[in-house]
Design a protein around this ligand. Structure first.
Ligand code: GDP
Ligand code: MG
Length: 174
């Protein structure tokens, strides 16, 4: 199918410090750059999901500056969205809801894949958002949900594979 040749644009959204860049770097396989202060980055990689190759272009540019124009572009350009919060930070969870609402407004009639991600699941003792709260929020917002730990690489592969599956599901039903 022609979808094999396509490059899917995935945009990471979320509050500062929740782990967007960590997740993006694991996806891109460039964790060595961890100490580099980058303004924003994109990661281009092909992954095999269910026996079929898919190319993702992951954008970690949301925080590049508090540029209104850039934020509008981000809301328009994605084929899929990853909204990240930290399970150790309730405010980032509330921000995730705001972002979901903004996204819905920007892409009204479109059915775009969105994954809500509760990152830092390894920080058990400083958890402020339960798995149940995360899952319930995803139900309300009609999107997928996964908890990850970039620190432990837990569920990071599943996250990006899940995005590909979500994109394919929608393409197949058209
Ligand atoms: P961003 O601002 O959303 O891009 O977040 P970063 O990826 O820069 O991460 C912010 C801080 O949280 C860094 O010190 C990371 O090392 C740390 N961090 C990110 N993900 C995790 C995680 O899953 N567990 C833990 N314990 N720390 C994390
Ligand atoms: Mg970052």
């Amino acid at each position: 199918s022609d979808s094999e040749d396509q490059l899917f644009k995935v945009i990471l959204l979320g509050e500062h410090g929740v782990g967007k860049s960590s997740l993006a770097r694991i996806f891109g396989g460039v964790e060595d750059l961890q100490d580099v202060e980058e303004a924003g980055n994109t990661y281009d990689r092909s992954i095999v999901v269910d026996g079929e190759e898919a190319s993702l272009l992951v954008f970690d540019i949301w925080e590049q500056d508090d540029n209104h124009w850039l934020h509008n572009q981000c809301m328009k350009m994605g084929d899929a969205y990853v909204i990240v919060y930290s399970v150790t930070d309730k405010a980032s969870f509330e921000k995730a809801s705001e972002l979901r609402i903004q996204l819905r407004r920007a892409r009204q009639s479109e059915d775009i894949p969105i994954i809500l991600v509760g990152n830092k699941s390894d920080l058990v003792r400083s958890r402020e958002v339960s798995v149940e709260e995360g899952r319930a929020c995803a139900v309300v917002f009609d999107c997928k949900f996964i908890e990850t730990s970039a620190a432990l690489h837990h569920n990071v592969k599943d996250l990006f594979e899940g995005i590909v599956r979500q994109i394919r599901l929608r393409k197949d039903s058209k």
